[in-house]
Write a protein that binds this ligand. Structure first.
Ligand SMILES: *[C@@H]1O[C@H](CO)[C@@H](O)[C@H](O)[C@H]1NC(C)=O
Length: 510
């Protein structure tokens, strides 16, 4: 008996240890998202083969399981803090503008500087790198600003000098002529309104722009695509698929350094061309010149690609040495204002606007927080003035943060691959039978795997809406095994794989 007791004394702890081991093992091996493998960094980009073949086969038949991230994830939370306001957001730091443009595009002098002597010079695009300048003219309060879209201004009063740059959405005769050719019923088309932000994961967008997200989700009824997964590293790798449904390597060479390279407008099937060909007025508005998405590493456009194109303005903003402010005005507010003015100036014509900003978010993971209030207010105004009633509104980012320290964490890697992407259908469309079906599909697709390649297919659906009013094809399940680009307004298969969606293993988060 004593012997037996003695044995149990030895065996029980062993069994206990074994149980603990099994428990711990299970906890670590519970089926969660597979770890993202960082097999190549930005430096290896362009090498072509990245050794992903094997992993690709593994993933080929794998149904996508979208990772759920914690906005306060302990691995990353220490990176985020409230930003210091911009210099020009601090009251009293800068004097009021001596001269400005009002909403009607009329030049106004401030009360304090009524007597200032102001000279103005219009400027315009010659090509993506250079501007042309008109003669110097004197302006006074109440003068119309209609000799172009951009101008530089110098004012003098006593010994003081004050300078600024002006930007107006002056209606383009060419665009108006083009739209006149539309038949009356064709003029009733839905507008496309896209606000894009550089380097904001869904999580960071929610962290830094909470008021904006609240407005989108609670007032506008936007759907945030939780399974939206990038297909490459960097802004062009996001925007090229969004605008052409192809990758840079699938398209003809457009890289600056190569003599045989073509300009983008000569060889890229940009989606805004489809809109232009359908009578839309178009705008592409970035807030950076040197780091322009299509002109830093790529060759840019020979002809101006859209009716309105802010690159011309920002060339001179950058040569003034302004950073995030022009005098007392935050640049993001000017950018939002012009975006609004574009939608107003062409109120009776179909519009396509793609605004993309990088100034605040490209080099800093916290600074973009300074514009939350302004972006939310902008969207609120647009909505309350009815400008979104007949517009699809997309608020999006290209990819998440790419800062080394953040990317060293697992959550950081997942966040980089999962940018913010939200869509709201036009109010007027949502009231139709077809619109109801599209809205239902969009909401269901929010939890499925989607990618930048899906955006052009979706935008073409919007463009073709007036022609196909049948709702039955909006109910048709799309074939993910034969088509890389699927519309988010039609059913997307639940078992769509990264390979089918054109997402290489390296970027696949599920
Ligand atoms: C878009 O326009 C291009 C020509 O710029 C044309 O080749 C293409 O078929 C159009 N796409 C759709 C889906 O209409």
């Amino acid at each position: 008996m004593a012997k037996f007791k003695y044995r149990w004394n030895r065996i029980l702890p062993l069994i206990f240890i074994l149980l603990v081991f099994i428990f711990v093992f299970n906890a670590y091996w519970s089926p969660g998202p597979i770890k993202v493998r960082t097999i190549h960094s930005d430096k290896d980009r362009g090498k072509g083969d990245n050794g992903d073949g094997e992993m690709m086969d593994l993933l080929r038949d794998q149904k996508c399981k979208i990772p759920k991230l914690d906005i306060n994830g302990p691995e990353v939370s220490s990176f985020f803090h409230d930003p210091v306001p911009l210099e020009c957001q601090i009251p009293g730091r800068f004097e009021k503008e001596w001269l400005f443009l009002d909403d009607q595009g009329v030049i106004r002098f401030s009360e304090e500087h009524r007597k200032a002597i102001c000279q103005m010079q219009y400027f315009w695009r010659i090509d993506d790198e250079s501007n042309g300048y008109g003669e110097i003219i004197y302006v006074k309060d109440g003068d119309k600003f209609d000799g172009g879209e951009y101008a530089s201004v110098s004012c003098y009063e006593g010994w003081s000098k004050w300078t600024t740059l002006l930007w107006n959405i002056t209606p383009s005769l060419k665009a108006v002529e083009r739209a006149k050719k539309l038949r009356e019923e064709e003029k009733k088309k839905y507008n496309v309104y896209i606000l894009g932000f550089d380097s904001l994961s869904q999580m960071s967008f929610r962290r830094k722009l909470p008021k904006t997200v609240k407005f989108l989700e609670e007032t506008l009824g936007s759907v945030v695509l939780n399974g939206y997964n990038i297909v490459g590293d960097g802004t062009p790798q996001a925007l090229i698929p969004i605008l052409t449904a192809k990758t840079e390597t699938e398209l003809p060479l457009t890289r600056r350094r190569f003599s045989e390279a073509k300009y983008l407008d000569e060889v890229y099937p940009m989606i805004w061309n489809n809109y232009t060909n359908n009578g839309y007025v178009t705008m592409f508005g970035e807030d950076m010149h040197l780091y322009g998405t299509f002109s830093y590493r790529l060759k840019g456009f020979r002809q101006q690609p859209t009716d309105h194109y802010s690159r011309t303005f920002f060339r001179d903003v950058e040569s003034r040495g302004d950073k995030n402010c022009i005098n007392s005005q935050p640049i993001h507010k000017i950018w939002l204002k012009k975006s609004e003015q574009f939608m107003k100036v062409y109120k009776d014509l179909p519009r396509f606007s793609f605004m993309f900003q990088g100034l605040l978010s490209h080099d800093d993971i916290n600074l973009v927080g300074v514009e939350d209030e302004d972006v939310a207010a902008h969207l609120k105004t647009m909505n309350s003035e009815g400008l979104f009633d007949d517009s699809i509104v997309i608020v999006m980012a290209d990819h998440g943060h790419r800062f080394a320290k953040l990317r060293e964490t697992h959550q950081g890697q997942l966040e980089e691959r999962m940018p913010f992407f939200s869509i709201s259908l036009p109010k007027q469309l949502k009231m139709t039978e077809k619109g109801k079906v599209m809205e239902k599909n969009l909401r269901e697709n929010a939890e499925k795997l989607t990618s930048p390649f899906d955006i052009p297919a979706s935008l073409i659906d919007i463009l073709n809406l007036p022609d196909d009013s049948e709702e039955k094809d909006s109910n048709q399940m799309q074939d993910a095994s034969h088509q890389r680009s699927l519309s988010v307004f039609r059913p997307i298969p639940e078992d769509r794989t990264c390979a089918q969606a054109g997402i290489e293993a390296h970027w696949c988060t599920c």
